[in-house]
Design a binder for this molecule. Structure first.
Ligand code: FES
Length: 363
């Protein structure tokens, strides 16, 4: 702000918004109205009218194209552009129906905009605000109308109808909920245990070739993707069981472990964790040998293997569940039971839930 030589604020440049006497500001009014071509010339008006009508008609054409294409350019049946059922039939069907519908929508919008901008009155008008509250007479008249309506409907004299009406309105939403009962059986305890827990003392086997892994096979800083040895093509619900049982084993220098409990569930630095990310379930398949971090490629959640696979970065909220392991008489790695807690994304009150090995078995 500019100041006068005596230090008081200058009023230069503020005259346009100086408060008028008695408070408030002068009404700046509206800018002068500028007539459009169509306001000045009948020819321009007619041309604008024709353009608007043409665009509406182009919308009709788009609709006709869409409807026709729906029947004669189909992905699996009749298709006048491609062989029936071929990939290009699907392409043509999507293209022609899409273009038809897009044109139908676009030209309606364009016509409405052009109509408003060129032909509809564009004078700016000022309407003074009136009191929001209605007058007492209007309010009394409104109450009278409602009271008359209630009396004429006889609601007050017919409690039976009112009760039945309320019952019907309360019952109606239940009809919407009823289909939920056909969504299939509840999961029960299936989310709480895996094949490892249902078949204790499974050997840890290499994923895909199924060969069991000996402790001596696991070199320092190596990673193996493992499955229970007994999980095979005869296992019911094989894909679901594989998805839940997937695990990785890594071998770290035991001296690096920062988590005694986690280390005690492994053997000589060999630790097994669920491969299913606790964020939204992607496979955590990347292992950094130098940092001993496991990374989920989906949203970069990072788990510290030396600290019980705790989350050190990313959106996951809980560590990868650990699979306790031992060595059997022949030197193979085995899992005596299940993961320490449910695998995969958290659900319901899973953080407060019992460890997985304590969860009751599914019937
Ligand atoms: S699924 Fe792993 S970080 Fe999102």
């Amino acid at each position: 702000m500019n100041n006068t030589p005596d230090g008081s604020p200058s009023s230069r440049g503020l005259s346009a918004v100086a408060p008028k006497e008695g408070g408030g500001f002068p009404n700046p009014g509206l800018p002068p109205h500028v007539p459009r071509q169509a306001d000045l010339s009948k020819v321009a008006e007619k041309r604008a009218e024709r353009i608007v009508a043409t665009m509406f008609l182009l919308s009709v054409v788009g609709t006709v194209v869409f409807i026709a294409a729906y029947f004669v350019v189909t992905p699996t049946g009749m298709n006048i552009f491609a062989e029936e059922g071929s990939p290009s039939a699907l392409w043509w069907s999507n293209l022609v129906t899409g273009l038809g519908f897009a044109a139908a929508m676009f030209f309606i919008g364009a016509a409405a905009v052009h109509w408003a901008k060129t032909l509809m009155p564009d004078d700016e008008m000022v309407e003074e605000r009136h009191d929001i509250r209605s007058s007492d007479e209007t309010r009394e008249a409104a109450v009278g109308i409602i009271t008359d309506g209630l009396e004429e409907s006889g609601i007050a004299r017919r409690p039976l109808i009112v009760t039945a009406m309320v019952a019907s309105l309360v019952a109606l939403p239940i009809a919407v909920l009823a289909p939920l009962s056909t969504l299939g059986p509840l999961p029960g305890n299936k989310l709480h245990h895996t094949f490892w827990g249902q078949h204790p003392r499974q050997r840890l086997a290499r994923d895909h070739d199924g060969t069991p892994i000996k402790l001596s096979d696991v070199a320092l800083n190596s990673i193996f993707h493992v499955m229970p040895e007994g999980l095979n093509h005869e296992t019911p619900h094989l894909l679901e069981e594989r998805a839940k049982a997937a695990a990785v084993i890594v071998r770290i220098d035991p001296a690096l472990s920062k988590n005694e409990q986690s280390a005690s569930m492994g053997v000589e630095g060999v630790l097994a964790f669920s491969k299913i990310c606790t964020h939204v379930g992607c496979p955590v398949a990347l292992y950094e040998q130098q940092t001993h971090h496991m990374l989920c490629p989906c949203h970069q959640s990072t788990f510290d293997v030396t600290d019980g696979a705790k989350v050190i970065f990313g959106p996951a909220h809980r560590p990868l569940p650990q699979l306790p392991i031992e060595v059997d008489d022949e030197g193979y790695l085995v899992a005596p039971g299940d993961f320490t807690e449910p695998i995969g994304p958290s659900f319901w009150n899973i953080h407060k839930d019992k460890p997985m090995s304590d969860a009751p078995k599914d019937k």
